[in-house]
Ligand binder design. Structure first.
Ligand code: SF4
Length: 287
């Protein structure tokens, strides 16, 4: 079967967006709109860049980690650049770019020192490497955070910064990690989570991707590729069901860059306000 896919491929993050809200997929994937920078997201992206690319990326060649002070400087310089853009966003909320940088100035040093044992132990083989492959006739393109040399085997790791550590079994049941395992042929996978406690820590959950999960994931890619092809051909996109309280969080100003009437594409300034956002909420909640 030949699928119609934006950019000609799918990725784990595209699947997540599709499952959250088809309208969101249309706006941010099919039409390629860019949401304004978001405080929490920019901090996470800069953490990712500093720990993975700046430190572990150079370790592939040098075999050693960078000094803690270097990582802190690189993080703050990168974050300042990222949040400077937010000063232009009228919808950025109560937190100012200066407040974000001030908060991270003290905290990121703790992340660097608390993650040191894990960073030192990790022997990276590749960082942010692109993988391209086909799964049940669906072309897939994605980036692997980290492939680590574990002695006998290699392991594919996804690295995140978030409030909670990984739950038991989350690595071996992760669709994202299963996708990577299929793309690389590496069955050993893991999640390395920088947990944002008062004293941050790195929690690692390891697993092995089973054949059953591989088959389920392949079926999901094929099913969703078919749905996207159909949506593109008919130009028919279903908004998230905001009457379902388990899903309603998606359709809020915090989680959807198209939620407000008059929301702008951050690249072009084009109006991307979704007709099902603010107005639908007003209708549902009767305000
Ligand atoms: S505003 Fe709501 S319905 Fe519209 S794209 Fe965003 S999440 Fe989907």
């Amino acid at each position: 079967m030949s699928y119609k896919l934006p950019y000609g491929h799918l990725s784990p993050s595209q699947l997540n967006t599709w499952e959250r809200c088809q309208m969101q997929y249309r706006i941010f994937v099919a039409e390629g709109a860019k949401a304004p920078p978001d405080c929490g997201l920019e901090v996470k992206k800069q953490t990712h860049e500093t720990i993975l690319e700046t430190d572990l990326g150079q370790k592939i060649k040098t075999g050693t980690n960078l000094p803690d002070s270097h990582l802190e400087e690189a993080f703050l310089a990168g974050l300042e650049q990222r949040v400077a853009l937010m000063a232009e966003d009228p919808n950025r909320g109560a937190v100012t770019p200066e407040q974000i940088v001030a908060r991270e100035q003290g905290y990121f040093g703790k992340i660097v020192s608390q993650s040191a044992p894990w960073r030192k132990k990790t022997m990276p083989k590749s960082v942010e490497a692109e993988v391209n492959f086909t799964l049940g006739e669906v072309p897939i393109k994605s980036r692997l955070d980290l492939v680590a040399d574990e002695g006998v085997n290699d392991r594919v790791l996804d690295v995140k910064r978030q409030g909670r550590g990984p739950s038991k079994g989350s690595a071996q049941n992760s669709r994202q990690l299963a996708t990577y395992a299929i793309g690389t042929g590496i069955a050993d996978v893991g999640l390395a989570v920088i947990v944002e406690n008062v004293t941050p820590k790195v929690d690692v959950e390891l697993g092995q991707v089973s054949q059953g999960l591989v088959e389920r994931v392949q079926a999901q890619y094929q099913g969703i590729a078919g749905e996207i092809t159909d949506a593109i051909e008919k130009d028919r996109w279903v908004p998230v069901d905001t009457t379902d309280q388990r899903k309603a969080w998606v359709c809020t100003a915090q989680y959807c860059g198209a939620w407000r009437i008059g929301s702008k594409d951050w690249k072009t300034g084009r109006d991307i306000g979704c007709p099902y956002g603010e107005r639908a909420q007003a209708k549902v909640y009767g305000s």
